[in-house]
Design a protein around this ligand. Structure first.
Ligand code: GLA
Length: 735
């Protein structure tokens, strides 16, 4: 068993391959956090010290022991208003107006597998999965909290969530319900969080924890471009290859909050979950509220080690197994090639040209439905505009299939334009406060996904399109932040539920479509990567990484994304030069190498390519198919440090058996007479010999990893190198 309860000491131990997590309920029933980190033998309660700190009060039953305070003890799920002044995990409003929560241990159980949360994406689990459920209660508040700890031993991951039940006869209102909180008694950390904006998502910022509170999060009704629901706490000296790192990632796509608090004694608390701003969930007697999963992981091998654990967990336990090992075709997307200006003939010309270069799928982006000729109209009217296309979608998709290609289509289900038949018929289906004009963004409003009738309409409308054409792929977009989060279907006292119910409606629609079309691949998107999170990855095995397709910008975006998310999830395309977002000119070679570290596709007008470019693209496509397994299933390593000051960005993939490695390097700043770009490879087998493909150079894994490899100098901006190393059997050679 990977979960143990030691009766004599009362210590719970959660073991994974390389980590240990320990806690215990003390004599007052407070669930104390003891340890999370390297796997080790024995118990760690000795770490907890008690002292009388001024202004840190004592629970009534411990009033004679001034060294015992909830304000200073490391806890597993912090209450509120009961003498712990650090950020709370849970806040509840009782009918009597009391807001205090003081949770004490009431029991536990250990079982195989896990309980699956209702209506939410989750970490799936397999035969090695075990769960510890610890029940805490506060009879005065009428609240029971079941803390769920599900262990994924080989991924070195512990998944936490909380189930809150009203055990009183009265109604409770939950004001905050974090997925977890965790205290590090002796923290001396850096925090890495992932900020950004439209066209520049998931940029890591590494900062020291400060005395007091730091918080990151999104109030946008979406996980957002601006702050990803993933944070890392690491040793101050941690690098990509060394040091202790802890990660916290929510499996959720709505508003979220990550709080990091360093208290008077230097202890660090990390709390993460649904954003409490605007959140108020009514819980009637006997009802339960389940939080999203939070994925916790620890690595003692630096940031690359931690990333590898998240990549593996997401690939094996979050993404739908139906996509595992499936070779997706290289696609061409019509957006940057045509924007709204197309008809079926033009799309077919793109398809023919793309097919001749070996591209296997055509994706028709925005503009094929309703009165959608620009972004002012049509969202919500999911009816094919046959007049614009010049044929039905069925006919267009047949003709694309006749070329030997598959076909994909863009939708933005959760949105509506005021200029649409849907809005004219159902103005109350858009989120909007009574007696107010709504915030408009990109000329659109947000549909009220908390309403079952809205979800049902979208399901019907999308099925109508999907049933009448051969469609293998859907791009699911979400092009604005949510505001005026008021539902006309909920009573006033339940308006604080709208934002979370919105996410439940979206997840329901995704689930129903995937159930009806098991072969369909849905690519997530939100103005690029505004909803790039583990919640969406449960349904969509890939997500468009950014609307910024500039290869040099993409180096930053994809590198930042890789801290938490696997490369096989990153939607990345080669687009035109000069780039449409930055005007930068980058060689087709470099654009190909950068886009290759992702799902790979094209987003340019193939009719505007020269014969030479077409030839190069044909080679790129072949190359991608050759390396796709290595890129999608291999272990990914960042080879350049965050803020390392190098004029290049390098990364690599190693096959699971370590017999093959693909190393890529792009120069980001050309220098006269500069240093040779130098890297140390990672993840190879020290004693294996690797041949650099196309050369006579053979090096041991140890040499490549310790002595490193330097690249020749290049001339001109943004040159790229790609090296393919293949293990060879030296013994045979010596015979
Ligand atoms: C978003 C997407 C783009 C494209 C447009 C269409 O911005 O990220 O790729 O689909 O919408 O309107």
């Amino acid at each position: 068993m990977n979960i143990q309860f030691h009766e004599a000491s009362g210590v719970f131990s959660l073991n994974t391959a390389h980590t240990l997590y320990q806690m215990k309920a003390d004599s007052t029933g407070v669930l104390l956090h003891l340890y999370y980190g390297h796997r080790l033998e024995g118990e760690t309660e000795y770490r907890i010290r008690y002292t009388d700190r001024g202004f840190s009060g004592n629970p009534y039953e411990m009033r004679s022991n001034r060294g015992y305070s909830l304000d200073t003890l490391p806890q597993e799920y912090s209450g509120s208003g009961s003498g712990d002044y650090r950020p709370s995990a849970v806040q509840v409003l009782g009918e009597n107006g009391s807001r205090t929560v003081d949770l004490r241990y009431a029991g536990h159980r250990i079982f195989r597998g896990r309980e699956v949360p209702q209506g939410l994406p989750y970490v799936r689990g397999n035969e090695e999965t075990e769960t510890l459920e610890i029940t805490l209660q506060d009879p005065a508040a009428g609240l029971e909290v079941r803390l769920m700890y599900t262990v994924f031993p080989s991924c070195d991951v512990i998944v936490r969530s909380a189930h809150l039940t009203n055990i009183s006869e009265k109604t409770l209102t939950i004001l905050k319900a974090a997925s977890f909180s965790m205290d590090f008694p002796y923290g001396n950390f850096d925090v890495i969080h992932f900020h950004g904006r439209h066209c520049m998502e998931r940029i890591p910022e590494r900062i020291r924890t400060v005395r007091g509170q730091m918080s990151f999060g999104s109030r946008r009704g979406m996980s957002s471009h601006h702050s990803n629901p993933f944070v890392i706490l690491c040793d101050r000296h941690a690098t990509e290859t060394t040091g202790a790192c802890f990660g916290s990632m929510l499996v959720y796509s709505g508003s979220h909050l990550e709080e990091i608090d360093t208290d008077q004694a230097g202890s660090v608390r990390l709390v993460s979950g649904i954003h409490p701003d605007g959140f108020a969930w009514q819980l009637k007697s006997g009802e339960t509220f389940e939080t999203p999963d939070a994925v916790l992981s620890f690595s003692g091998d630096g940031l690359n080690g931690l990333s590898g654990q998240y990549h593996r967990l997401i690939r094996e336990q979050i993404m739908d197994p139906r996509y595992r090992g499936v070779k997706q075709p290289v696609l061409i997307n019509s957006w940057e090639a045509a924007y709204f200006d197309f008809d079926a003939e033009k799309i077919l010309r793109f398809a023919r040209a793309a097919r001749d270069m070996g591209i296997g799928m055509l994706v028709l982006d925005d503009g094929w439905f309703g009165a959608r000729n620009d972004d002012t109209a049509g969202l919500g009217d999911w009816v094919v505009n046959e007049a614009k296309l010049g044929c039905s979608m069925g006919e267009l998709s047949d003709r694309i299939h006749d070329l030997g290609m598959t076909f994909g289509l863009w939708f933005e289900p959760e949105m509506v334009n005021e200029d649409s038949d849907l809005f004219r018929k159902h103005p109350d289906w858009a989120l909007c406060d009574p007696d107010r004009r709504p915030v408009v963004a990109r000329n659109q409003l947000v549909l009220d996904m908390s309403r079952q009738d809205v979800v049902d309409y979208l399901y019907q409308a999308m099925c109508e399109v999907l049933d009448h054409a051969r469609i293998e792929y859907v791009k699911w977009d979400f092009n604005r932040s949510v505001a005026n989060c008021y539902s006309h279907a909920l009573p006033p006292e339940r308006q604080g539920e709208t934002a979370h119910r919105f996410m439940l409606g979206t997840y329901q629609l995704l689930s129903r479509l995937l159930e009806r079309y098991p072969g369909l691949l849905i690519e997530g998107c939100s103005g690029g990567g505004g909803r790039f999170d583990a919640g969406m990855l449960f349904y969509c095995p890939q997500i468009w990484c950014s609307d910024d397709t500039d290869a040099i910008e993409r180096l930053e975006i994809q590198r930042g994304t890789s801290y938490g998310y696997p490369v096989c999830a990153m939607g990345s395309h080669v687009s035109a030069a000069p780039n449409h977002q930055t005007g930068r000119v980058v060689s087709l070679h470099t654009r190909g190498i950068v886009a290759q570290s992702g799902t790979f596709g094209y987003e340019l007008n193939p009719e505007q390519l020269s014969e030479e470019e077409k030839k190069e693209i044909r080679q790129q496509v072949e190359m991608y198919y050759r390396y796709a397994g290595l890129i999608r299933e291999g272990t990914y390593y960042r080879l350049t440090e965050l803020d390392g000051g190098e004029d290049y960005c390098a990364w690599m993939f190693v096959s699971p058996e370590r017999k093959e490695a693909l190393v890529s390097l792009t120069v980001t700043h050309a220098r006269a007479n500069g240093p040779f770009p130098f890297i140390r490879l990672q993840g190879l087998e020290e004693h294996m010999w690797y041949r650099l493909e196309g050369t006579d150079l053979v090096c041991s894994g140890a040499a490549l990893m310790h002595a490193g490899y330097s690249f020749p100098l290049t001339f001109g901006e943004y040159a790229s190198h790609q090296l393919h190393w293949i293990a060879e059997d030296r013994r045979k050679e010596n015979v």
